[in-house]
Design a binder for this molecule. Structure first.
Ligand code: MG
Length: 361
């Protein structure tokens, strides 16, 4: 099996700000595997918060070359199991694992001529709608961005500033959309409980990751007192995290690049179901490769937050169509992605790049 890997710059439509920082350009890693004339595409958007840079992810992927060279991608559970043992541990690189997991799943679907959701026996009509994210900005700019997002039935509002409630009040005046909010660890326990009451009145359906992940011990009490359901994102990284979240959260946010791709995501979904936790599939700022990978298992989720590719202006791939939050899977095989002719990803050499800021949408 041949392996190629490189980076691709993704330009944001608007400067994207969350409680931890801002960015205008995101750099993602695209991996390709080739066997029998078929190319499988995978992606990993590196996130500084999880300790990844484009060059670290590329280096981790390239280390897997010998393992991939003699592997049979049709025996993909065995292959991904071996990659998971190399890359999935505490000292591993789950972003690299995600890129390879997606590339292998794409290849297998193409080999059998079926979209991944068909191979997995999933019903595309069970796909929940995706939200659209409004990043942190001045209130007038957030109002403007919300007007631009007219037609999306669900908006995810990034919070974590002293203006949180004023923001949500201002946006509620101009839209009837369902809101969900993401504090990205910026709140205290008390603040969460207090804000939850008015946020509920303002039509917010749940709060994502109010406290930093090391405050998990406080979350059971916060959950008892909160007026709104609470979903874990930064606390829900890998399958082994899920059992300890039951009782402290109502749901989890699964992202392929956090957990290492489709296979670990399926494990997290099974664990969440067994423990009575709801599931949202989320994303980073990423191209249609990673978004389409997540959308292929979208019918297993309760909620989707898969807007990463529509926040950028130069998506190098086409894949799942996001029609105002309605995610339409193409009938193409595998992940259903193909490079856009004008934007074929250059396979640039690994340069010394500035660390990428946090891009959790
Ligand atoms: Mg989040």
């Amino acid at each position: 099996m041949k392996l190629r890997v490189g980076t691709q710059k993704l330009h944001l439509r608007h400067t994207f700000t969350i409680s931890r920082g801002s960015e205008d350009v995101a750099e993602t890693v695209i991996a390709e595997i080739e066997e029998d004339g078929l190319i499988g595409y995978g992606e990993a958007p590196p996130t500084a918060y999880y300790g990844h840079t484009p060059s670290s992810v590329i280096a981790s992927i390239e280390k897997m070359k010998p393992l991939l060279a003699g592997a049979d991608p049709l025996q993909y559970r065995d292959l991904l199991g071996r990659l998971g043992r190399e890359l999935g541990g505490p000292a591993g690189d789950r972003a690299a694992l995600c890129a390879l997991d997606l590339a292998v799943h794409d290849w297998v679907g193409k080999r059998w001529g079926l979209p991944l959701h068909r191979l997995l026996g999933l019903a595309p009509e069970r796909m929940p709608p995706s939200d659209f994210t409004i990043g942190i900005d001045s209130i007038p700019r957030m109002v403007e961005k919300t007007r631009e997002a007219a037609g999306f039935p669900i908006l995810k509002i990034k919070l974590g500033t002293p203006d949180d409630l004023a923001v949500v009040r201002a946006l509620r005046e101009i839209t009837g959309a369902t809101f969900r909010v993401d504090a990205n660890c910026a709140w205290t326990a008390r603040e969460t409980v207090e804000k939850s009451r008015e946020l509920k009145e303002l039509g917010v359906e749940f709060i994502e990751q109010p406290l930093p992940p090391d405050r998990l011990g406080e979350m059971a009490e916060v959950r008892r007192a909160s007026a709104l359901p609470l979903y874990a994102d930064e606390n829900a990284v890998v399958p082994a995290d899920v059992p300890r979240l039951a009782g402290s959260f109502d749901g989890i946010v699964i992202k392929l690049v956090k957990c290492g791709g489709i296979l670990p995501a399926l494990s997290m979904i099974e664990l969440a179901r067994a423990l009575g936790l709801k599931v949202m599939l989320g994303c980073m700022i990423e191209s249609s490769v990673a978004i389409s990978g997540a959308a292929q298992i979208g019918p297993l989720a309760d909620h989707l937050d898969l807007d990463g590719a529509i926040l950028i202006t130069d998506d190098p791939f086409e894949g799942v169509h996001n029609r105002k939050g309605n995610m339409v899977l193409p009938e193409r095989a595998g992940l259903g992605v193909q490079p856009r002719r004008s934007q074929r990803p250059e396979r640039s050499e690994v340069r010394n790049r500035a660390e990428r800021p946090d891009t959790d949408p």
